[in-house]
Write a protein that binds this ligand. Structure first.
Ligand code: UDP
Length: 467
C-alpha cells in the first residue's frame, strides 16, 4: 500500500541480470535498490555457480521489494578447469539463455505478476547482449547496463566503427569526444598483444543489438563524462546515466538502510580496519587496494610493498589471499605498526574514514567512482581492462590524482613512493584534494532529488508504467 501511494499505482517488476564479479555486481545491485526504493519490485538474477562464491548477503539493505533469484549456467555439469575461456563463455551463454527464459516465463505466469507487479523489463550486464532476445521472445523489453565508464564504451565504439585504427599512427590519437590518447591510455585489450581475443570479441559484441534498445544504463553521471555522453547521445544511443552507483548513505543519504552493497564475494573484518584507522590522525593514512581480480606479478607486489613502506605514511593495504604469497619475505615483521594488511575490507567505509588521505588504486571503475564520490585523491596504478583509461581521466580530465609511471609495464618502488608523497604532502596534492571535493559534491547532487541520475531513474520508472 505504501509503495502504491508512492508510485501512484505504478508498480512494475524488473529483472536485473548481473555478471557475477564484485565490481560488476555492486553497481547493478545499487541500481536495483534505487528502483526498489521508488516502489518497483526488483529481482536480481544471478547464476547458481556465482551464488556459491557469495560470502555475505545483507538483506537488511535490500528491503521487501528486492529479492535474489538463481538461474543455472550449466556449471554444475562441468569439471573445474576443463574448459577454455571461449568454451566457458559459450556454455554460460547457452545454458543461461535457457534458464533465464524459463524464469521469465514462470514469473509472467504467476498470479502476483499478473495482478500487482506485471513483469516489464530485463536489465542485463552489457557483456550479455543476447539477453535482449530472451526478454523480447518472452514479451518484455530489455536494456544493457554498463559497469564501465562511458569513455571506454566510446573508445570501443570508435574501434567498432573503424575510426580507431590499430596500431596507432602517431604517439597519440584524437578520437571524437575524447582527450588525446596514447596507447597506454586505451583499454588493455587494445594495447596488450597478450590479451585473449575473447575480450575484444566481448567488447565488440556489445554493439550487436545496441541500436535496437530504448534504454542504455550507465553507472556514471552527466557532469563527470559530459562530452562523451553527449556525443554518444548524438549517435542516437539512448544513454541514461544512473550513478554514481554507491550506497545512498555515502551520497544523498536518502535511503537510511542503504549502507553497504549487500552482496559480497569476499569476507572482510570491519572492526580490525576501523579500529586501526580510528587510532590514526586525520588524512594521515594511505589506503591501497587493487580490487577483486587484479593479479600482479611477484616483482610488482614486492615493489608496491616497499613503495608503500618507504613513503613514510601509515598504510592500509588490501592483499587478497591469492596475492599474499607474493609479498616480500618477512614483510609483515618489518613494517610493524606502520601498515595493516587485510585480505578484504569494506572499501567504502575505509574511504569515508577521516584518517584516509589518499587511495593507491588499480583504477577499477567502481574504486575510482567511490574515491571521487568521497573526495579522496588517488594514485593510479592501472592494471588492465578499462583501468588505463580511467587512470587517464583521473589524472588529466578530472584532476583528482596522479598516475604512476611505468617502464615496460613495471612501476618501481621509488616511483610509487614519489607519487604517494606528491598526493599526501605537496601543493599539487592540495589542488587534487580541492578538485576531489568539488567532484564529491557533484556526485551527491547527481543522485539527490532533482539530480540528473535520479531524474533518469524516475523517468524510467514512469515509462515502465506505459510499457
Ligand atoms: N572492494 C571492497 N573491498 C576491498 C576491495 C574492493 O569492498 O577490499 C569493492 C570496491 O568497493 C568496489 C569493488 O570491490 O566496489 C571493486 O570494483 P572495481 O571496479 O574497483 O575493481 P574490480 O574488482 O572490478 O577490478
Amino acid at each position: 500500500m505504501e509503495n502504491e501511494e508512492k508510485t501512484g499505482g505504478n508498480q512494475s517488476h524488473i529483472l536485473v541480470f548481473f555478471f557475477p564479479v564484485q565490481g560488476h555486481m555492486n553497481p547493478m545491485v545499487q541500481f536495483s535498490k534505487r528502483l526498489a526504493s521508488k516502489g518497483q519490485r526488483v529481482t536480481i538474477v544471478t547464476t547458481t555457480s556465482a551464488s556459491k562464491s557469495m560470502k555475505t548477503a545483507n538483506p537488511s539493505c535490500f528491503g521487501s521489494n528486492l529479492k535474489v533469484e538463481l538461474v543455472s549456467d550449466g556449471s554444475e555439469h562441468v569439471n573445474p578447469g576443463s574448459e577454455t575461456m571461449e568454451q566457458s563463455v559459450e556454455r554460460v551463454q547457452i545454458e543461461t539463455m535457457k534458464s533465464l527464459a524459463e524464469l521469465i516465463k514462470n514469473i509472467k505466469n504467476s498470479s502476483d505478476a499478473n495482478e500487482k507487479y506485471p513483469l516489464k523489463f530485463l536489465v542485463y550486464h552489457y557483456s550479455m547482449p543476447w539477453a535482449l532476445n530472451i526478454a523480447r521472445e518472452q514479451g518484455i523489453d530489455g536494456g544493457p547496463f554498463y559497469t564501465t565508464p562511458a569513455s571506454v564504451k566510446t573508445i570501443c565504439y570508435h574501434y567498432h566503427k573503424g575510426v580507431l585504427k590499430l596500431p596507432l599512427e602517431g604517439p597519440t590519437t584524437k578520437l571524437p569526444a575524447l582527450p588525446p590518447l596514447q596507447l597506454q591510455d586505451l583499454p588493455s585489450f587494445f594495447s596488450d598483444p597478450d590479451t585473449d581475443p575473447v575480450f575484444i570479441k566481448i567488447a565488440m559484441d556489445q554493439f550487436s543489438n545496441l541500436s535496437e534498445v530504448k534504454w542504455i544504463f550507465h553507472s556514471t553521471f552527466d557532469k563527470l563524462e559530459h562530452e562523451v555522453l553527449e556525443w554518444m547521445a548524438n549517435q542516437n544511443l539512448p544513454i541514461k546515466t544512473i550513478g554514481p552507483t554507491i550506497p545512498s548513505m555515502f551520497l544523498d543519504k536518502k535511503l537510511q538502510n542503504d549502507k553497504d552493497y549487500g552482496l559480497d564475494l569476499f569476507e572482510s573484518n570491519v572492526a580490525t580496519c576501523m579500529n586501526w584507522l580510528d587510532s590514526k590522525e586525520a588524512g594521515s593514512v594511505v589506503y591501497a587496494s587493487f580490487g577483486s581480480l587484479a593479479n600482479l606479478s611477484k616483482e610488482q607486489i614486492e615493489e608496491l610493498a616497499w613503495g608503500l613502506n618507504n613513503s613514510g605514511y601509515h598504510f592500509l593495504w588490501v592483499v587478497r589471499d591469492s596475492e599474499k604469497e607474493k609479498l616480500p619475505e618477512n614483510f609483515l615483521d618489518k613494517i610493524t605498526e606502520k601498515g595493516l594488511l587485510v585480505s578484504w575490507c569494506t572499501q567504502l567505509q575505509v574511504l569515508a574514514h577521516k584518517a584516509v588521505g589518499c587511495f593507491v588504486t588499480h583504477c577499477g571503475w567502481n574504486s575510482a567512482l567511490e574515491a571521487l564520490s568521497l573526495g579522496i585523491p588517488m594514485v593510479g596504478m592501472p592494471h588492465r581492462a578499462d583501468h588505463p583509461t580511467v587512470a587517464k581521466y583521473v589524472m588529466d580530465v578530472w584532476k583528482v590524482g596522479v598516475r604512476v609511471k611505468v617502464n615496460n609495464g613495471f612501476a618501481t618502488k621509488e616511483e610509487i613512493t614519489t607519487c604517494i608523497r606528491q598526493v599526501m604532502d605537496t601543493d599539487k596534492g592540495m589542488e587534487l584534494r580541492k578538485s576531489s571535493l568539488v567532484w564529491k559534491e557533484l556526485a551527491r547532487q547527481a543522485m539527490d532529488e532533482g539530480g540528473s541520475s535520479n531524474k533518469n531513474i524516475e523517468e524510467f520508472v514512469a515509462k515502465l508504467k506505459l510499457m
